[in-house]
Design a binder for this molecule. Structure first.
Ligand code: NAD
Length: 371
């Protein structure tokens, strides 16, 4: 299949940029899916792709996902993503990231990058030497730092909106929540849930983490293979993707699935199956958008208080998904996409007519860069 055929098969992307610099061994692809709402934002993934087609498909898929995530979050951002082909353990260098930064710069703010799998703050610093169009830079440079507490707070908001929908109250007092995964997102979530008075059960493949949470909060410890069948009201997946699959779906005792993990449904049909089982699914990318909201605040000039406040919006966003699902008699996973598409249509159209208003983000980044 030709390159253009691959591109058109994976969506209606606006622009795909191939970046090549032999002198530093750079092979990268930047995909801009949609800028109707604002500049395309999405991280740069560095991965040892076996074949460049694999890298192309990945960047097309991920950039499209970012359009939906930003739109559903109510942010004035479009969807983009970049991939660097190479082994992040052995092939990183200052030259590589600075050359990549120059390609990002050549897009003049249409694409804004950030960290992703295989890249880290140090790499963003090199990119920042060449372009202002990068987020996730260190706090000293006006960056926003670790996004996960904001992601976790957004997940808590999603859980409260789901409880309201399913149990007619958003109080979590006495509500039993099972948390799978006690990493950055899961551990902050446990803290918030305890503050809300929830009864929490936890699991992780890392027993040290389980013990630490048990000792700190008195939460119930569950074996990793028992967490889905745990008797609880709400299941919060905060570890791996594809956790809702043919093998697991029948085991779930919870009435609600709402957590921070990406790509929780192995396939869209599992969203339909949850619906048939009467289990309310809060779509992952709407629930876990707190980290993206935090980055957006960085673009405006960072304030942790404002970022925290912004993550409260996840409550309304999740509630709106449930409303659309009822309105159109569809699964919540489809309703989330519909909500995102409706916003791209209506607001994107308005911005076209009235000229848009995303220049504030541009100004702040430029000022910081030029300091
Ligand atoms: P992390 O690597 O810090 O934590 C993941 C945890 O899950 C680890 O403690 C790991 O031991 C545990 N785990 C792995 N396999 C498991 C299993 N089979 N059973 C139980 N526990 C298991 O990652 P994170 O940053 O907390 O992210 C968690 C999820 O949330 C990921 O899917 C990530 O893509 C998604 N997410 C994270 C953010 C963020 O701000 N960090 C934002 C959006 C989405």
């Amino acid at each position: 299949m030709g390159t253009f055929e691959v591109i058109s098969k994976h969506g209606d992307h606006e622009q795909v940029v191939f970046c090549h610099d032999k002198s530093v061994g750079l092979k990268a692809i930047i995909a801009i899916h949609n800028t109707a709402l604002g500049p395309a934002l999405g991280g740069t993934r560095m991965w040892n792709y076996q074949h460049e087609d694999e890298a192309l498909v990945d960047v097309l898929r991920l950039s499209k996902g970012m359009t939906y995530k930003a739109a559903a979050a109510g942010l004035n951002l479009g969807g983009g993503k970049a991939v660097i082909i190479g082994d992040p353990k052995t092939q990183k260098s200052e030259g590589l990231f600075r050359a990549f930064g120059q390609f990002v710069n050549s897009l003049n703010g249409k694409y804004i990058t950030a960290e992703d799998v295989g890249t880290a703050v140090q790499d963003m610093e090199y990119i920042f030497m060449e372009t202002p169009w990068v987020t996730g830079i260190p706090k000293d440079f006006g960056g926003s730092g670790d996004p996960s507490p904001y992601t976790s707070h957004g997940v808590l908001m999603g859980i409260k909106a789901s409880a309201k929908e399913k149990f007619a109250t958003d109080s979590l007092k006495g509500v039993r929540v099972a948390v799978q995964g006690l990493g950055n997102v899961g551990s902050n979530l446990v803290k918030y849930l305890i503050e809300e008075g929830a009864k929490v059960a936890v699991t992780d493949i890392d027993q040290g983490r389980v013990k630490a949470h048990h000792d700190k909060y008195g939460v119930e410890a569950v074996a990793p293979d028992q967490i889905l069948s745990t008797d609880c009201d709400i299941l919060a997946p905060c570890a791996l993707g594809a956790i809702i699959n043919d093998q697991t779906i029948g085991k779930i005792k919870a009435k609600v699935v709402c957590g921070g993990a990406n790509n929780q449904l192995a396939e869209p049909r599992h969203g339909d199956q949850l619906r048939e089982l009467g289990i309310l699914y809060a779509p992952d990318y709407v629930v876990n958008a707190g980290g993206l909201m935090n980055v957006f605040v960085e673009l405006e000039g960072y304030s942790p208080e404002r970022a925290f406040e912004k993550t409260r919006k996840v409550y309304d966003n999740v509630a709106k998904v449930f409303e659309i699902a009822k309105r159109d008699n569809i699964g919540t996973h489809i309703a989330a996409d519909r909500m995102a598409e409706e916003r791209v249509q209506t607001i994107g159209h308005l911005r076209q007519r009235h000229g848009g208003n995303s220049s504030r983000a541009f100004t702040t980044l430029r000022e910081v860069h030029n300091r």
